[in-house]
Design a protein around this ligand. Structure first.
Ligand code: AMO
Length: 449
């Protein structure tokens, strides 16, 4: 990796706005064509190399690594002082770009000044260079150091591009971004997986999703809304696919059914994959990922059960799909699979029963590379059907008075879905563990940093 300059990532579009008092350029903006140009770069000492007569620092910012020669420009005292700086010292380098065909990037920096901006007072807990691989828990305990690894930066560049693509697609399709509360009085998804909070004299919970609120916005006439929100799941799982605080990218649309929402989900998922593969080419390359945009295969839950049984999997109609089933379906059908019309018993209470087959509801999940990344449904908009479904799901309708009342006051048919940001990042960045794709993950045992 020494001396390698990475291509500009999608975040760095117009250099002129990015200069600060401490730098004129990001490292990825430098090139051999700038031979002779005075520049100021800033970042961390990645490595100090002393090869006989040649001494140099590899300076790293979040865009790449540059070779700063220690032999010329500075006096020998200054060189020695600079070379004595431990790895990960935070420095600013003034100097001149010099074309050098022998350097991997085709140029190097001849420094006139190397300033240590804040001398290290404590040792760095692991090697940022990756020469000595660090355990994931050690990296997560020291996330501010882990983020200095260019691979980690790439994961979050990809995540940023996903969010951007989602927001752009929604805005282009006439959706308005809204905020919904995280403190709620009752479960938004049903079930017992709730974090309890003492809310002054009352009990409250952290929202499992923005579900009820996005529906209220549509009933309120906003028609097309989207949101990016934290969702809190008190699930006791300890798997590589579950977090206890996730980020959901949700939408809800009025005067629409499940088919309309599924069409938009397919369009959005495809668009995100295309955008990431175009805009994050350098990040994907750094992570060793090749992305293609797969065609989406549709299958009903019933069809999926039949297919899985043919393949010798033990599954009965009425059972939810397991992780193994999801992996198998993607193996059989392709990277992107939309499974539709699940049995009502395995779906949330607000899912609309199917008019042709009351055993199933107008719900769907999108699987990507063997993992559920999204789920959604047409919602029940008829109050008497909603009350019946709540009772069948073991919920007390009295707890949902604000929600139920809305359905008695002119609620249009509506539908929506939610994409899990960290799961999607995980699959696009090719990470085996979801914790890698959440900057500060919350799991069964992790509550800091
Ligand atoms: P659901 O509960 O399926 O649906 O959540 C939507 C998406 O969020 C992600 N997700 C998770 N990711 C990691 N760890 C978890 N514990 C976790 N829980 C959920 C998944 C999932 O597909 N209200 C509905 C959506 C809707 O119908 O609009 C809901 O929240 O990627």
């Amino acid at each position: 990796m020494a001396g390698k300059i990475y291509r500009l990532s999608c975040r760095l579009i117009i250099g002129v706005f990015l200069a600060t008092s401490y730098r004129t350029h990001y490292i990825s903006e430098l090139s051999a064509e700038m031979d002779g140009r005075q520049v100021v770069i800033a970042g961390w000492v990645h490595e100090v190399r002393n090869i006989g007569k040649i001494v140099f620092i590899l300076l790293r910012d979040h865009t790449g690594i540059a070779q700063v020669m220690g032999k010329e420009g500075l006096s020998s005292d200054e060189v020695i002082r600079a070379m004595g700086m431990p790895k990960e010292s935070v420095v600013m380098v003034r100097g001149k770009v010099r074309k050098n065909a022998q350097s991997r990037a085709g140029f190097e920096i001849i420094p006139s000044e190397i300033e240590n901006l804040n001398p290290l007072e404590s040792t760095i807990p692991f090697e940022v260079t990756g020469k000595v691989p660090a355990d994931m828990d050690v990296r997560l305990d020291n996330r501010h150091i882990d983020l200095r690894r260019l691979e980690t930066t790439s994961i979050f560049n990809i995540q940023s591009a996903i969010l951007n693509s989602f927001r752009n697609t929604m805005t282009r399709n006439g959706f308005a971004e809204i905020r919904t509360p995280s403190l709620v009085e009752a479960a938004t998804e049903g079930g017992a997986d709730l974090f309890h909070v003492q809310y002054f004299e009352n009990d409250a919970f952290l929202a499992q999703s923005p579900q009820l609120y996005k529906q209220l916005a549509v009933i309120g006439g906003m028609d097309r809304v989207f949101m990016v929100v934290p969702a809190f799941r008190a699930e006791k799982h300890n798997t590589v696919y579950h977090l206890n605080e996730v980020t959901q990218m949700d939408i809800e649309m009025g005067f629409a059914d499940h088919n309309d929402a599924m069409d938009l989900l397919k369009k959005t998922a495809t668009r995100i994959i295309e955008d990431v593969s175009q805009q994050n080419a350098a990040d994907l390359e750094r992570l060793g990922i090749t992305l293609d945009t797969p065609k989406i295969k549709d299958i009903t839950y019933k069809g999926a059960v039949g297919l899985l049984r043919e393949e010798g999997q033990a599954i009965e109609f009425g059972q939810d799909l397991s992780r193994e089933h999801e992996e198998k379906l993607c193996g059989l059908l392709g990277d992107l699979v939309l499974v539709r019309e699940y049995p009502a018993s395995v779906r949330a209470f607000y899912s609309m029963p199917n008019s042709d087959d009351p055993k199933v509801c107008n719900s769907y999940d999108l699987l990507y590379k063997g993992l559920e990344i999204s789920s959604g449904a047409q919602r029940i908009h008829l109050p008497h059907v909603l009350i019946k479904s709540m009772k069948e799901h073991g919920l007390n309708p009295a707890k949902f008075d604000f929600y139920l009342n809305a359905f008695r006051q002119g609620a249009p048919p509506h539908a929506g879905w939610s994409l899990g940001l960290e799961r999607l990042t995980m699959k696009l960045a090719g990470m085996p563990n979801i914790r890698e794709c959440c900057m500060f993950p919350r799991d069964r045992v992790r509550l800091k940093p």
